[in-house]
Design a protein around this ligand. Structure first.
Ligand code: NAD
Length: 275
């Protein structure tokens, strides 16, 4: 029987809990899940694009031109970008997803985030559509290497010291993004910038996961960035229930079967509390 003083979301929470209990869930996450870990959404208050123009700093030609004009500005951007990520820790929403995976209810997390927080929370099956800021990838053969937090801290500190010298800044980049031992290609930070293609393997793996899922749980995404935003419709066409947990309605709220508006760090723990 429903509690007398049930809040508006309580009913949805109970329904979503019953869906999650049946398993075969895939979760699609975006910047909002990491907001309460201290990482602002890029376009939100205090976000990176408030200080840095995404038309310049969000793509490789823009970054190269900034480096040529002013290596200090590029170093300032890299330092601001990493300082936020270095301080962040997984929050209860990341931990709930990890718990759901350990309970064999969640098949995988497909994330648009590059912050490595799902890994830190213990989730194992992750598709990172936009890469990972704590990894480098060979531009020629695609081989990857971890870029551990301590190495990133060291790189940022050295870059800051060398910031006015293009030659020194380049040397430091070459040290942390070396040549690939397999093919001699050049490594770079493994992040998909504006105008770049996503890895086709990651997209195929995402679709495979959605081909056989009972429900797609979307957490903290405005669903305006494609091709990630094409995945909910893909899942719905294959019969999955679509559940959205967002602080604001997303661009695809209309196709969602269940919407719970609020902070992911409150709603996910509430859902799994009695799972
Ligand atoms: P977005 O910024 O477009 O949307 C974030 C959504 O999260 C908002 O619609 C908002 O409703 C919701 N939200 C904010 N705080 C929330 C909270 N506490 N609980 C629940 N929901 C909350 O994010 P997006 O859809 O991921 O697209 C932006 C792009 O920027 C992505 O490509 C992503 O890779 C990148 N990005 C990543 C990070 C990160 O790695 N943490 C941070 C910023 C941006």
């Amino acid at each position: 029987m429903a509690a007398k003083n049930a809040r508006p979301a309580d009913k949805e929470i109970a329904v979503v809990r019953n869906i999650l209990k049946k398993g075969k869930i895939v979760c699609l996450t975006g910047a909002g899940i990491s907001y309460e870990s201290g990482i602002p959404t890029f376009r939100g208050n205090g976000g990176l694009w408030e200080t840095y123009d995404p038309e310049v700093y969000g793509n490789m030609p823009g970054l190269v031109s900034i480096f040529r004009k002013s290596p200090e500005k590029l170093v300032g951007f890299i330092s601001d970008f990493y300082n936020v990520l270095l301080q962040a820790k997984p929050n209860p929403a990341h931990l709930c997803l990890s718990y759901l995976e350990k309970s064999s209810l969640l098949k995988a997390v497909i994330t648009q985030n590059i912050d490595n927080l799902h890994q830190q929370a213990g989730t194992r099956s992750i598709v990172e559509l936009h890469g990972n800021a704590f990894r480098v990838r060979c531009r020629s053969c695609g081989a990857t290497l971890k870029l551990e937090k301590d190495r990133v801290k060291e790189m940022v500190s050295l870059l800051k010291k060398a910031r006015s010298s293009r030659v020194e800044v380049l040397k430091i980049f070459s040290r942390y993004c070396p040549r690939c031992l397999k093919c001699k290609g050049r490594f770079r930070i493994d992040i998909v910038l504006f105008g770049e293609q996503l890895d086709e393997t990651d997209l195929s793996r995402s679709r495979e996961l959605l081909d056989d899922c009972r429900a797609l749980l979307i957490v903290g995404s405005s669903l305006v960035v494609y091709p990630a935003a094409s995945l909910p419709l893909y899942a719905k066409e294959r019969g999955a229930k679509i559940i959205e947990i967002n602080s604001q309605p997303s661009a695809l709220s209309d196709i969602c079967d269940f919407k719970i508006m609020g902070a992911a760090t409150e709603i996910l723990p509430e859902i799994i509390r009695v799972l």
